[in-house]
Design a protein around this ligand. Structure first.
Ligand code: FUL
Length: 473
């Protein structure tokens, strides 16, 4: 029997770290691309820009944080340094920073303002720092550059309070001297772990997997347990964007199926490496006036939300403040509509006071009733014979529903491989979803119907099945 196969048991035993568990809870959070490129109307600066060009007239990080919060996002990741090397904080290790700009006569610190605003609005704060630095003459000089980069990381990770994420992109181009740098990834990771042990290292790092494109496309089955080599920095760098005009559109990194039994069977080292979908609200990552008309419509953003957050991935949505240092009108309008739509979609969990019956459970403490989100910290566990296990929810009355939200108890690994969801109509069960993975979250959407009973059937699982959230809307 496949279940007894060692490789399946091994896959089922891979669990997330505490920092990954905390990150999973964020689900939807903001990227802020702001810096020298905002003032030169470019996407990738050359590094030769005059620091004096950076001069936002009305920078308002509190407004950024407030709008991020209102749009339903839970954190902000700021581009502290992009490929052009210009630093948004007064780094002691370079003269290419806000310190040498006209903004606030060189006394300003965008990283500080964002960190403070996030704390004020209850958002987590993270940083993007590009290892590729087209300005610094040490780039391409091996150890000298790595030391400089680590010094900058140290500044960012010691002076601004808790950092939830260090987002390292894989771009590795030539420096001003035409040389390429050999990055000391292991050294960077070690330093980050030492200074901010709770921070996830995303994309070119071991904690959060880049989905492989920048257009909001996810795999049908986004597994959190995948072969270890997907976290290999050199591989990620090799697959990253190489040309500013050609952002990756389709799923690459690296195939469509990276976590099924077939995909992991021959692999002797697996890793918990859940996906993140990064998409820009506009066409580019930085602000360009000509792209004021490229702001994605609400419908597109909701589609990406359901296809990412609703399919075991997280959604990192980029916002590009303008030269004033503010979000533009169109962006504000759109962000507020996303927040309002999320409130409508997830207004009240109609399953909250259901009675749940199951056809098997590990023990009483893990009976079907524990699957309800209401029972915080508890979960249903099928026992060691998961296939065919069922949960039936009696909502207590008939309600119009069009969505069911499910979560596994991922602290005990990702187990469910196939399931079906049914609602009862006129005394008959009607299947409304047939899917594969659940993982941290699966949102099943279907045509609105009035029902009192919902049934979940586990069709295939690794060693057992768990459900810790079961909601209906
Ligand atoms: C890429 C960069 O080259 C883009 O400019 C942007 O920052 C994106 C999020 O990551 O690797």
């Amino acid at each position: 029997m496949a279940k007894s196969n060692e490789y399946i048991k091994y896959a089922a035993s891979i669990v997330p770290s505490e920092r990954q568990l905390a990150w999973q809870e964020l689900e939807f959070y903001a990227f802020i691309h702001f810096g020298m490129n905002t003032f030169t109307d470019s996407e990738w600066g050359t590094g030769a820009e005059d620091p004096e060009l950076f001069n936002p007239t009305n920078l308002d990080a509190r407004m950024w944080a407030r709008l991020i919060k209102l749009s339903g996002m839970k954190a902000m990741i700021l581009t502290a340094k992009h490929h052009d090397g210009f630093c948004l904080w007064p780094s002691a290790y370079t003269d290419h920073s806000v310190k040498y700009s006209l903004w606030k006569d060189g006394t300003g610190d965008v990283v500080r303002e964002c960190a403070d605003a996030c704390r004020e609005y209850g958002l987590k704060f993270g940083i993007y720092i590009s290892p590729w630095d087209r300005h610094d003459p040490r780039y391409g000089e091996g150890e000298a550059y790595n030391k400089f980069f680590k010094n900058q990381l140290t500044e960012l990770l010691t002076n601004y309070g808790d950092i939830f994420c260090v987002w390292l992109d894989g771009a590795c181009g030539e420096g001003a001297n035409g040389k390429k740098q050999e990055y000391d990834w292991e050294g960077y990771y070690k330093l980050i772990r030492k200074l901010q042990p709770d921070a996830v290292i995303s994309v070119t790092g071991p904690d959060v997997r880049w989905v492989g494109n920048e257009s909001g496309v996810c795999r049908k089955s986004e597994w959190s347990v995948v072969p270890y080599w997907y976290s290999n920095a050199e591989l990620i760098a090799a697959e990253s964007q190489k040309d500013v005009s050609k952002p990756p559109k389709k799923i690459s990194h690296t195939t469509l199926d990276i976590g099924s039994r077939k995909a992991i069977k021959k692999c002797n080292r697996l890793i918990w490496y859940p996906a993140e979908v990064n998409v820009s609200l506009r066409k580019g990552w930085f602000y360009h006036e000509r792209e004021d008309y490229s702001v994605k419509p609400l419908s597109k953003l909701m589609e990406i939300y359901f296809n990412s957050v609703g399919a075991n991935a997280s959604f990192l949505l980029n916002i590009a403040p303008n030269m004033e240092g503010k979000f533009s009108e169109k962006d504000i309008e759109t962000l507020l509509s996303v927040g309002a739509q999320l409130e409508i979609e997830f207004n009240e969990d109609l399953a909250a006071s259901s009675t749940v019956t199951d056809n098997r459970h590990l023990d009483k403490a893990h009976c079907g009733q524990m699957a309800l989100t209401e029972n915080t910290g508890k979960y249903w566990h099928s026992g060691n014979d998961p296939e065919g296990a069922q949960l039936v929810l009696d909502l207590g009355d008939e309600y119009d529903i069009d969505k069911v939200v499910l979560s596994e108890h991922i602290r005990t690994g990702q187990q469910i491989e196939e399931f079906s969801l049914y609602i009862q109509l006129d005394g008959k069960w009607k299947r409304v979803a047939k899917e594969t993975v659940i993982g941290h979250k699966r949102i099943c959407r279907f045509r609105e119907a009035r029902t009192r009973y919902i049934k979940l059937v586990i069709e295939k699982a690794r060693c057992f099945a768990t459900i810790e959230k079961f909601e209906a809307y």
